[in-house]
Each structure stands twice: as structure tokens, then as C-alpha cells.
Design a protein around this ligand. Structure first.
Ligand SMILES: Cc1cc2nc3c(=O)[nH]c(=O)nc-3n(C[C@H](O)[C@H](O)[C@H](O)COP(=O)(O)OP(=O)(O)OC[C@H]3O[C@@H](n4cnc5c(N)ncnc54)[C@H](O)[C@@H]3O)c2cc1C
Length: 578
């Protein structure tokens, strides 16, 4: 064979291989992703709501519904053997009760130097709704001792160098709002050192620093809230939880109901549940599950997973010297969820200090997911938008690569920017949950990467989903309220309205514009939840610190509270909370 013929043969083989790969890719992208309709006998019971996933979103929605419609039959499915083991778990997120006090990325600076506090106000109002929801649940015995899930921890925004001027102007803009009027500002190292000694000790005296402080800040254990809410739901005979049970299909029936197909992960048996409504509270997996429904709007979405890793310590010398959440400013080009912070955490009756998050990368949509998750979510509709978003966000890609390649020493160097005297031996790495950012491509619009959360509701309101992850768990009662309004507009305006006002006394009012109501709400929630707030009109004796939290001992990540006990795959109820 001549050299030219040999070359021709190689080119032909390469060409054929390329065509085979292209056909395989096209076949993969054009595969049907919607669940095939399931033929059911016709005489099966129809439940009122299926909640997919046992995280804080499903737990919160289930709790609202059990109060609004006590006779509704609600079925919850969780693929893991316990609830609250993904992002909602206490060790898998930062436990911040996001209120906009210290999150400087919520107060954007315009080119003319003005600072908009709108997003911070929105977040603060949403958290006031969360506190009202949890207060109502404590008063009704649904949630237990507030210290098991919420603790007073001042929220501090901390900056140095050129950012001092920004923080000063941010403070001036913020104290005009009743939501932030209690905010204190300081550039005095010794005063800031009293607020949070770790961040000033060992710091160069010549470095200009500044901080703001809000005493009404909180640390929240969302895993404990989830577990306690689901435990309580289990006391109602109309609620049923199946763990180790994965939802594998969601299809529409001719009569407008839905069939949810599930697999028992212990014995691999498959069964189906007919339901009037479905809520997809599957965390990072929600986008994949939305695709199963075959709803036309589902094709607008794709997901981009980013994990979070924290450094954690339980060394008593460190932990006892720090009762604060101290948020810094994100580095230039870094995504909003990467804002560094050094935080007090209370989990399972023990105090920790956490620093992070460092971004991590994996193709999984859930911490306990599969490496094929990202690829399996690609379809003919979202593949190009995914590529376009990747090309449009090269800064983010570069940032992720730089984060993933950080050595333990480099992570300590980041920590020392906030805690100059940190010792490596005190800290261990703790992999948190996965956040799946939304990639959305609407017709005639460019594909966009969204860092927030989005409520999806089908046009007839029978199928809804919670997509995205930020600000996340802290606003779950508000998000589920929005979801109720989207899916059940008539009920929310009508027969549910009085009950909703009982649960959320500020329902329908803008607390940013109503200082009297804000004071009333903050006084009531702070009293019940044990938070630090001085009422403008009433005398409010509230605790100054979580003094009865036991001294820290050795750090062992463990499930944060007593979990509901259920028989795998059986029609059983949860145990009441301890
Ligand atoms: C690193 C990090 C830090 C964070 N910090 C904060 C913070 O400080 N403050 C804050 O408010 N928020 C924070 N968040 C966000 C917050 O954790 C999430 O918004 C929230 O926990 C999401 O709750 P969820 O119920 O939607 O999802 P999850 O808690 O993830 O629950 C989803 C559940 O669905 C189950 N599931 C999935 N697929 C299936 C299926 N097919 N069948 C059955 N079950 C299924 C999963 O196993 C899981 O139990 C953080 C998140 C991360 C990752």
C-alpha cells in the first residue's frame, strides 16, 4: 500500500468514527426524557399531594398544607434512608439566617457610587416571614425548643483596605431603612475586637478595617427544622413518608392527575402513586425531575452544579472566642455563593466555628448523587444553552478551576485573611452540599446563568418545583408561600387567607415600609425564638448568648437531630420528635 493510500484509509476511519460519535451524540440528545404514561388499574386511591424529597422545602410545604387542608392525603418520598441528609443537613450548609445584614453582595454599588439596598431589604423581609412561620410552629408544639434549631449570633460585615469606604457608605444607606436601623458601624480595631476577637488579633495595626454589626442575626440548623417538621407531620394519619424510595418517573394522566413511579431502593420493587398534585422538592435533582414531567416549559432549564467545602473546628479555645457570623467581600469575578465567612455554628447541641465556602466541582446534582447527573440532564433543548453559558461565564470557570486546585495551605491562607492566628492543626475539611445553579433559555432570549432560586408552577398549578439554591433554606417559608400563591391563587385569596394571616401575621404587608408592624413582629418572634432584639415600644427580656450550649468536645460530623423512624418502603408513620 502506498503512503497516500494509507493516509486515505486513516482519514476514512477517522471520518467514520466522527460520524458514529456525532450520530450517538444526536441520538442521546434527542432521546425522550419525559416519563412514558403509566396504565393504572383505575380503582387506585388518589392522594392529594406527592412531595418529592425530604428536605426543608418539602417539609415546609407539607407543614403549610397540613394546616390549611388537614384532610388532604400527603405522600412524601425520600431516596435516602433518612430525611434532611442533603443540602438541608446542618453540616452541609452555612446555617446563615440570610437577612441582608452582612451579605455585601446584596447591596450592589452603582458606577456613580450609590448603593442599592433593595435586595438586602427583600431578603430581610423574607427572613422575618421565616421567623414568623417558625414562631407559629413553636407556639403550636410543631417545632421543639428553639435552641435546637435557631440561636442568636450577631451578623458582622467585615472589610479592610479600599473596601472600608464602601462599607461606610453601605451603612449610611442601610440605617435609613427600619429593617437595618439598629446596625452599628465601627472602624475601631479594639471595638471590632470586642465583637469578634479572632478577626483582629494578630492583624497589622496599620491596616484600615471596618465592620458593621446586627445583634438580631441568627445561626439556623435547617436540618433540625426539617426533621422536626417531618416528625410532626408523621403524627397526622393523612401524612405518609417512605424513605429509601426514589421517584423514578412523573407522568400526566388523561384525567389531569399525575402518576408518580417509585423504586424501593432496598428490594428494587417498583410501584406507582396516583396524585392530584406534585411538588418537586428534590434539591439539586429538581431540574432532572422536571424534565420527566414532559411539561413544555421544562425544556427551558438546565443545571450547573457547584459544591461547597468548609473548614471546621471544635477547638474550645477558638470556638469560645467567637460568637458571630463574619462575612467578607467576594473577590473580583467570584460568584455570589463564594463570599468568604467565618461563622459560629450550633449543631446537635454543640458549638463549632466554620470558614468557607470553597467551591468544589463534581458532576453530581446531589451530594449523594451520581457522576452521570450532569450528562444525563443534557437534551436537544438545553445542550447549546449550557455551552453558551459556559463560554459566557469564563470568569466563573476560571474561578472554579482556581478553587478546586487550592492546597490545604492555600485554604489556610484564605482563612488567615479573616483569622490571622489560625492554626492548621485545629481545622478539618467538611464537604457541604451541592448547589445546582439554574441555566435558563427562554425563547428569543439568550441563555442565562441564575444564582437565585426559582419557583416553577405548571399553568394549571398541579405540578410545582423549587429550582436553584440561594438564598435558600432561610427563605423556605416565604418561598413556599409564593409557591402556594402561584399554584393555588383562589385558595390563598379566599378560604386559606385567614389561616395564612394567623401563621404569618405580616402576610401581605411590606415590613420595609411599616416600622410599627416590623417592631411588633420582631418583638414577638425574638421572644419566642430567644433572639436578641430590643423592642422600640415594649420591654423585651431576651437572652444575650446561647450560654446553655454545652462546651465543645471532639468534632464528629453526625446527623443533627433525632431522625424520623420509618419502615423502608412501608406505609408507616414518623415517630414524634424527641
Ligand atoms: C455549601 C452550601 C451552603 C449553603 N448555605 C446556606 C445558608 O447559609 N443559608 C441558607 O439559607 N441556605 C444555604 N444553602 C442552601 C440550602 O442548603 C438549600 O437551599 C436548601 O437546603 C435546599 O433545600 P431542599 O429541600 O430544596 O433540598 P435538599 O435539602 O437537598 O433536599 C432534597 C431531598 O430530595 C431528595 N431527593 C432527590 N431526588 C429524589 C428522588 N428522585 N426521589 C426521592 N427523593 C429525592 C434528596 O435525597 C434530598 O433529601 C447552602 C447550600 C450549600 C450547598
Amino acid at each position: 500500500m502506498t503512503k497516500t493510500n494509507k493516509m486515505k484509509k486513516i482519514l476514512m476511519i477517522v471520518g467514520v468514527l466522527l460520524i458514529v460519535v456525532l450520530v450517538a451524540v444526536l441520538l442521546f440528545l434527542f432521546r425522550p426524557v419525559a416519563t412514558k404514561p403509566v396504565k393504572l388499574a383505575g380503582d387506585e386511591t388518589v392522594v392529594d399531594m406527592v412531595l418529592v424529597g425530604g428536605g426543608i422545602m418539602s417539609a415546609t410545604l407539607g407543614t403549610y398544607l397540613s394546616e390549611l387542608e388537614p384532610t388532604w392525603k400527603i405522600q412524601m418520598y425520600e431516596r435516602l434512608d433518612k430525611v434532611a441528609q442533603e443540602s438541608s443537613n446542618g453540616f452541609h450548609n452555612a446555617g446563615t439566617g440570610h437577612s441582608g445584614f452582612m451579605e455585601m453582595n446584596y447591596t450592589a454599588e452603582a458606577e456613580d457610587g450609590s448603593i442599592s439596598i433593595e435586595r438586602a431589604e427583600k431578603t430581610a423581609v423574607q427572613f422575618e416571614i421565616s421567623k414568623q412561620f417558625w414562631t407559629h410552629q413553636v407556639k403550636n408544639g410543631v417545632l421543639g425548643d428553639p435552641k435546637t434549631f435557631i440561636n442568636p449570633v450577631p451578623h458582622i460585615a467585615f472589610v479592610w483596605g479600599d473596601s472600608v469606604d464602601f462599607l461606610k457608605r453601605r451603612h449610611e444607606a442601610m440605617i435609613k431603612s427600619p429593617l437595618f436601623s439598629d446596625m452599628i458601624y465601627s472602624e475601631d480595631k479594639s471595638e471590632i475586637g470586642q465583637w469578634a476577637p479572632l478577626i483582629t488579633k494578630g492583624r497589622d495595626d496599620s491596616q484600615p478595617i471596618a465592620a458593621t454589626r446586627m445583634d438580631i442575626g441568627t445561626d439556623v440548623n435547617y436540618g433540625a427544622i426539617t426533621t422536626q417538621l417531618i416528625n410532626h407531620l408523621g403524627k397526622n394519619s393523612n401524612f405518609n413518608l417512605k424513605v429509601s424510595t426514589e421517584v423514578t418517573g412523573i407522568s400526566r394522566n388523561d384525567d389531569g392527575t399525575w402518576t408518580v413511579s417509585v423504586k424501593n431502593l432496598v428490594d428494587n420493587s417498583v410501584s406507582h402513586t396516583k396524585t392530584r398534585r406534585v411538588f418537586i422538592g428534590a434539591g439539586g435533582a429538581a431540574i432532572k425531575m422536571l424534565q420527566m414531567t414532559g411539561l413544555p416549559e421544562s425544556k427551558y432549564y438546565a443545571g450547573f452544579p457547584v459544591g461547597g467545602l468548609f473548614l471546621m473546628t471544635d477547638n474550645p479555645d477558638v470556638v469560645n472566642a467567637h460568637t458571630a457570623k463574619v462575612y467578607g467581600r467576594a473577590e473580583l469575578g467570584a460568584p455570589p455563593m463564594s463570599v468568604p465567612h467565618i461563622d459560629t455554628r450550633y449543631i446537635g447541641g454543640k458549638k463549632y466555628v466554620l470558614f468557607g465556602p470553597f467551591a468544589t466541582y463534581s458532576n453530581k446534582f446531589l451530594k449523594n448523587g451520581s457522576q452521570t447527573d450532569l450528562l444525563a440532564s443534557a437534551t436537544k433543548d438545553n445542550a447549546l444553552p449550557m455551552v453558551a453559558v459556559g463560554l459566557d461565564n469564563l470568569d466563573l470557570v476560571k474561578y472554579l478551576v482556581s478553587q478546586v486546585s487550592l492546597s490545604p495551605e492555600q485554604k489556610m491562607a484564605e482563612l488567615r485573611k479573616y483569622y490571622p492566628e489560625a492554626k492548621q492543626a485545629d481545622w478539618i475539611e467538611n464537604q457541604g452540599g451541592q448547589r445546582v445553579q439554574i441555566i435558563k433559555k427562554l425563547p428569543n432570549e439568550p441563555a442565562k446563568l441564575q444564582f437565585g432560586t426559582e419557583i416553577f408552577a405548571s399553568q394549571d398549578g398541579t405540578l410545582s418545583a423549587l429550582l436553584g439554591a440561594s438564598p435558600g433554606a432561610s427563605t423556605s417559608p416565604n418561598m413556599m408561600l409564593d409557591l402556594l400563591a402561584k399554584s393555588f391563587p383562589d385558595e390563598v385569596q379566599g378560604k386559606w387567607n385567614a389561616k395564612l394571616l394567623e401563621i404569618i401575621p405580616s402576610y401581605g404587608q411590606d415590613l420595609a415600609k411599616n416600622p410599627e408592624l416590623l417592631d411588633k413582629v420582631r418583638t414577638d418572634t425574638s421572644r419566642t425564638l430567644g433572639l436578641v432584639y430590643t423592642s422600640k415600644t415594649q420591654s423585651t427580656p431576651v437572652p444575650q448568648d446561647s450560654a446553655d450550649v454545652p462546651e465543645p468536645t471532639k468534632f464528629v460530623p453526625s446527623p443533627d437531630t433525632k431522625e424520623p423512624v420509618v419502615e423502608v418502603g412501608e406505609e408507616s408513620q414518623t415517630e414524634p420528635a424527641a
